[in-house]
Design a protein around this ligand. Structure first.
Ligand code: C2E
Ligand code: MG
Ligand code: MG
Length: 718
């Protein structure tokens, strides 16, 4: 280490003192100058000028008495000794340094060599011990080296493997791969990854993940190709298994909904195939699950699945479990698919119906099915939706049967459903309005009342008659708020008419649906509206059909308690009650005795003479019935005449007034008058219309027809 200035001064002072002491002695100790020379080297005073200056300074300063030859000789020896000591020390130091350098160099070389050996050994170990197969080939595709794993994978020896071209191992004959490989071998690409199946000599299949990389010369030219092959057979099989599981039902092993959809999609995409679907659902399966337990339910499903797959799968149809107790059968045909579809559906239902024998019990189930042939633009989802709808029809028609899709029926249902969905909004937006149709006293043809009939002015579909939405409103329950609105509206109008003619206010007849009759708040509501509007109770008539009164029963059990209570409460309010569309329902006069009813409205079919009291020929919506020109002189007409006469007689015996509906001709009117009918309503007298057009007719005599050429708005029943 270099000395600082102070240390240097101290050292030089010390050395000078030693030299002076040595020079002063009679006999010069030769070791002293030698040591001082070496000390200078030690102190790194080794620049070429250092020694020269030192010798010069000694010569000049220590020369002393020139007459003392002994001292001169000692000085010369001292200088020589110092120079020698200096030179020797310098040399020794150089040698030592050289030794150190070469020793270090040797050590470094040895370490590098060792590291190289180690890494080569490691590489070799990696190559030969690796679990993945590794092979090195030249750019022409000849193997240079292959490892043990590669040989094991292909069930081959290194020699046999090396005799095969790389293409045979990694290629699969596919052009795309060969092209890609050529790109790699020619240096235009660095790596390829490839998943591929190989057949081993023993016939088993090996799935591999191949990675082929290019090794280049330092100047970039392609040098070698390294192929690494991983055996992914297990992974591949697992993947296959999972894929199978994802597309098959675990309980029955059948294809599941996802696979079924895919296959429909594929079939629809084939222009040469006609596609049909049979969508099957067990009847009452829930009951089996609930009563016999889920194990039995599962067994039953497995057995049904087995039967369907055995019977129809063998015929080339795809049988799938769609979920729960639902099965799908896909039918494909080169020509017309319809006939085959219905045969498949029938065969499937028959197969399900065969009793299932389980330990200790025998179960018999049935199934319903929806059958749909694909139309030109159908998607898989369309087809399944249609099948679902059709299945629902089959269930509704009594189960244990199949139904075929009817696009028109479906369109009607969709339209009805859409209408129902928009009903609440329509009510809020005041899209409904009420028309009134005069009721005429047949004795003198004077208008004594009106029937209120609701209409919907739909923003897109235009004017809709009640037959298009009342049924849906009834089903959804929306008839309750709608009916309340109609009642309020009709009473508001009744109040105006009552104010105009307080002595003889016209009767205002309002229809009440079954749901409204069952509405617990109905009596309170009617009373409330009467109070609010000030309409006298006797001015209001409520029309109820027989089925609305009887509820869902068959009528044999008599009038249900609740209906009776409601009717009595309404009658107690003082409002009149009429049975609407009499003759289309039970047509049972017997029970009328017990009801607080004031009038019967005879349904259109009697009036036109087109049907007996069957309940089938008429329609509660007033749509059917009119058969102009069938009114007189025929045999059936004679029977009808008798029936009407009897009904009128019986009604009168029960103190009921009779109103004939849908009177369209003078002859009908005359005949009904002759038979004793009290009142009539129909186009012959007047079509339904707005209050403003009906008001002038009130209390007047309608002589003959006032048929308008254009039906009044809303006479959609025509
Ligand atoms: P409905 O109570 O039997 O009403 C008589 C139906 O016969 C009305 O049909 C009326 O326009 C129609 N009609 C009248 N004269 C003739 C005729 O000479 N020939 C023919 N063929 N038909 C005639 P609309 O208005 O379409 O009503 C149909 C049904 O809708 C009604 O039958 C009633 O059951 C129901 N409805 C109408 N308005 C309401 C309402 O506000 N509430 C409830 N719940 N139902 C209503
Ligand atoms: Mg009515
Ligand atoms: Mg009616």
């Amino acid at each position: 280490m270099a000395l600082n200035r102070h240390e240097l001064r101290t050292l030089l002072t010390t050395l000078t003192a030693r030299l002076l002491d040595a020079l002063a002695a009679d006999d010069l100790d030769p070791a002293v100058p030698h040591q001082v020379g070496a000390a200078l080297v030690d102190a790194h005073l080794t620049r070429p000028t250092a020694l020269r200056h030192t010798i010069a300074v000694l010569g000049e300063r220590l020369a002393g008495d020139a007459a003392d030859p002994a001292r001169q000789a000692r000085l010369a020896a001292l200088q020589g000794g110092l120079a020698a000591g200096y030179a020797t020390a310098l040399q020794e130091r150089t040698v030592a340094e050289q030794k150190r350098v070469s020793a270090a160099a040797l050590a470094a070389r040895a370490a590098a060599e060792q590291a190289r050996c180690a890494s080569e050994a490691q590489l070799q170990a990696v190559f030969s011990e690796a679990a993945i197969g590794i092979g090195i080939a030249d750019t022409d595709g000849r193997w240079v080296e292959v490892n043990a794993a590669l040989c094991a994978m292909f069930g081959s020896t290194p020699e046999r493997l090396r005799s095969r071209h790389i293409d045979e191992l990694v290629g699969d004959g596919a052009r795309s791969f060969q092209d890609t490989y050529r790109e790699l071998a020619s240096g235009r690409r660095n790596q390829i990854r490839w998943e591929k199946a190989h057949r081993r000599p023993d016939g088993s299949v090996l799935w591999t993940d191949l990675v082929i990389s290019l090794i280049r010369h330092p100047d970039g030219r392609p040098r070698h190709v390294v192929v690494m092959v991983e055996d992914i057979t297990e992974r591949h099989e697992l993947r296959q298994r999972l894929r199978h599981q994802a597309r098959h039902d675990r309980l029955t092993g059948l294809p599941n909904r996802a696979l079924f959809f895919d296959r429909i999609g594929a079939a629809l995409a084939d222009p040469d195939t006609q596609v049909g679907v049979c969508y099957l659902d067990l009847d009452g399966f829930k009951v089996i699950n609930d009563t016999l337990g889920h194990d039995v339910g599962d067994q039953l499903l497995r057995i049904v699945a087995g039967r369907l797959a055995g019977l129809l799968g063998a015929g080339g149809h795809l049988v799938a479990r769609m979920g729960g107790d639902e099965f799908g059968i896909l039918v494909e045909a080169a020509g017309e698919v319809g006939g085959q579809l219905t045969r498949v559906a029938q065969a499937a239902l028959d197969a399900v119906r065969v009793p299932v024998r389980l330990p200790g019990q025998e179960i018999t189930v049935s199934a319903s099915a929806g059958v749909v042939a694909a139309w030109r633009t159908a998607t898989a989802a369309d087809l399944m939706k249609a099948a679902d709808t059709t299945l629902y029809w089959a269930k509704a028609d009594g189960r244990g049967r199949w139904a075929t899709f009817d696009a028109q029926r479906h369109a009607r249902e969709v339209r009805r459903f859409r209408l129902a969905a928009r009903l609440p909004e329509a009510l809020a937006r005041r899209e409904f309005f009420v028309e009134y149709q005069p009721l005429v006293r047949l004795a003198d043809n004077v208008v004594t009342g009106v029937e209120a009939l609701v209409r919907w002015r739909h923003p897109e579909l235009g004017l809709l008659s009640p037959s298009e939405f009342v049924g849906q409103a009834e089903e959804s329950g929306l008839i309750v708020p709608l009916g309340r609105w109609v009642l309020a509206e009709a009473c508001r109008q009744a109040r105006a008419w009552q104010a105009a003619d307080p002595d003889r206010p016209p009767l205002v007849s309002v229809n009440l649906s079954a749901r409204q009759v069952r509405d617990p708040g109905i009596v309170k509501h009617v009373a409330g509206i009467l109070a609010q509007t000030g309409v006298r109770p006797g001015v209001l008539q409520l029309e109820l059909t027989e089925s609305a009164i009887m509820g869902v029963g068959d009528g044999r059990g008599g009038v249900p308690e609740e209906s009776l209570a409601t009717l009595n409460a309404l009658a107690e309010l003082g409002v009149r009650i009429a049975i609407d569309d009499f003759g289309t329902g039970y047509s049972n006069l017997a029970y009328l005795r017990d009801l607080p009813v004031h009038a019967l409205k005879l349904a259109g079919p009697f009036v036109s003479g087109s049907g007996p009291l069957t309940g089938e020929s008429g329609s509660s919506t007033g749509e059917a019935g009119a058969r102009p020109g069938d009114d007189d002189g025929t045999g059936t007409d004679h029977v009808d005449r008798e029936i009407v006469a009897t009904v009128v007689r019986l009604a009168h015996a029960l103190d009921l007034a009779v109103t004939a509906e849908s009177v369209e001709t003078a002859e009908q009117a005359a005949r009904l008058r002759e038979l004793g009918c009290d009142n009539a309503q129909g186009w012959y007298f007047a079509r339904p219309g707005p209050a403003s057009s009906v008001t002038p007719l009130l209390g007047t005599r309608l002589i003959g027809s006032i048929h308008r050429d254009e039906p009044a708005a809303g006479s959609a029943a025509s």
